[in-house]
Design a protein around this ligand. Structure first.
Ligand code: NAG
Length: 259
């Protein structure tokens, strides 16, 4: 029985991975006589965990049967606690990695993602079914223009701590250049300031895969002599490729996947 459900999960991951979106686990499980409330909950939790560890990739939207679960998780104290823990690990590493004397040469850097790392898009996704629909970029960018994204509080604390230790902070975002003013306004409004660079996608970058765009941005920094100590992001594409950082820290995000 247990073996059978593992097999089922394996098949499910493949199906979800290949973009079969309207395939409903509830219907399927009824046929196999294994459906129950807790079955769905454990299935959705395992979907979430497999997204986090980057086994499930390039999903276009949260599976329909898990929207409720993912919505609850992303609004829960568990999500906040998971972010908090990731940030605490950054702080542990930070306290061991570079004393202030060494940082004083001005070439020691940390990199942050913007959305769902510094700022939260949760208020947007709350009104859009928690990632249950294909991402509408026009509508998301419209929301970003309004500069209403709140800060992720643990990240804001870490940002200030890193800055206080004399590191240079670079923000590398998938947001487009056209959103520069809105992004700067929003960041400042919620308490971020004093970064050394905000790198956004220009027209040339839009045809590139995000992981290539981000790796190229890091290469420019390394070519300018920066030492990248850490990257904090909510997407695996923020860490992929070379040059990389000494450490990377993944924040949870079950709402969308950027490849
Ligand atoms: C995407 O959002 C825009 C702006 O809100 C809207 O006009 C458009 O119809 C949406 N597209 C789809 C496919 O839903």
């Amino acid at each position: 029985m247990a073996r059978k459900s593992y097999f089922l999960l394996a098949v499910l991951s493949i199906l979800i991975g290949s973009g079969v979106s309207d395939w409903n686990i509830l219907n399927h499980r009824k046929k196999n006589n294994v459906v129950s409330g807790s079955g769905l909950k454990t299935y959705c939790e395992s979907w979430r965990i497999n997204v986090e560890v980057n086994n499930i990739r390039e999903f276009e939207f949260v599976p329909q049967e898990c929207i409720g679960y993912i919505g609850k998780y992303m609004s829960s104290s568990q999500y906040k606690e998971d972010c908090e823990r990731a940030i605490e690990e950054c702080q542990v590493y930070l306290s061991s990695c570079c004393n202030s004397l060494k940082c004083a040469d001005g070439k020691e850097a940390w990199i942050f993602d913007v959305d769902d790392t510094l700022l939260s898009t949760l208020p947007y996704f709350k009104t859009r079914g928690f990632g249950g629909k294909k991402l509408n970029i026009t509508s998301l960018e419209g929301w970003m223009e309004k500069c209403k994204a709140p800060a992720l509080d643990p990240t804001l604390r870490l940002f200030n701590e890193i800055k206080g230790r004399g590191y240079k902070i670079f923000l590398i975002s998938t947001r487009r250049e056209s959103l520069r003013d809105a992004t700067v306004d929003n960041l400042i409004k919620v308490g971020y300031h004093g970064w050394s660079g905000l790198i956004l996608r220009d027209l040339n970058d839009e045809n590139k895969r995000v992981k290539h765009y981000k790796a190229e941005a890091r290469k420019k920094l390394v070519d300018e002599g920066y030492n990248i100590w850490g990257i904090i992001g909510d997407q695996w594409s923020s860490f992929d490729g070379n040059p990389t950082a000494k450490r990377t820290f993944k924040l949870p995000n079950s709402l969308y996947y950027v490849s």
